[in-house]
Design a protein around this ligand. Structure first.
Ligand SMILES: [Zn+2]
Length: 218
């Protein structure tokens, strides 16, 4: 006999009887079960789940559950999903602000031309997201639970390149990617008028774009 602990968050609790809501639920089984099977066995539709953590690690719903595992299940953050506001091709460039541990993703998104801020603490992230209508990107559901936050994406991927693909795909930004349109150091758009290399830049490198703000050349 195996036993795991399940915990559901937010509106996923609507599917549970009152005595099981917002608390640990022990589930027992014999044989092999994946997370999806265990979750659906207690009446929560897997389709409403955006993310599960098994022992704290983001995991696919098909992951095999082992004796003693702890599963946390989070719903789709529907109020945060900008694709529902602007289906199809976005009308304007989205602006991002990233959770502290996503520096590499920040540079990758800038490399793709997206207006991206990173390196701020949580309080500043929420403040700037609200003030500048920026979309928060994070791996931590708790950041998106702040009541002031209106636009955010809970990332599933762990590596920066895969995360960048995930963002572009989920927000349907394919047509807006503009490689090397933005300074990787300071987020300033690289103007075409800045194509002429400054003194000191070696001519063999061909064509440059230099940042008018910080002087960094690419
Ligand atoms: Zn710059």
């Amino acid at each position: 006999m195996n036993q795991a602990t399940l915990r559901f968050y937010e509106e996923l609790n609507d599917h549970l009887p009152a005595q099981q809501r917002k608390r640990d639920i022990a589930v027992s089984w014999v044989g092999d079960r994946n997370a999806k099977q265990l979750i659906e066995s207690i009446g929560v539709p897997a389709a409403e789940i955006d993310l599960i953590l098994i022992n704290g690690e983001p995991s696919p719903l098909e992951a095999t559950v082992h004796d003693g595992d702890r599963i946390s299940a989070y719903p789709m953050f529907e109020r945060l999903d900008i694709s529902s506001i602007s289906p199809g091709t976005p009308k304007r460039q989205p602006r991002f602000i990233l959770d502290l541990n996503l520096q590499k993703l920040g540079r990758t998104l800038r490399m793709l031309g997206f207006d991206t801020i990173y390196g701020l603490d949580r309080h500043a992230i929420v403040t700037l997201a609200v003030a500048e209508h920026r979309i928060i990107l994070t791996r931590n559901p708790s950041l998106l639970k702040n009541e002031k936050v209106t636009h955010g994406i809970l990332l599933h991927e762990t590596k920066a390149e895969a995360q960048a693909r995930e963002v572009v795909h989920r927000l349907q930004l394919e047509s807006l990617v503009q490689p090397f349109a933005r300074c990787l150091e300071c987020n300033t758009p690289l103007a075409s008028s800045a194509l002429i290399p400054r003194d000191g830049v070696k001519s063999w490198a061909g064509e440059y774009r230099c940042c008018e703000n910080c002087g960094k050349c690419y």
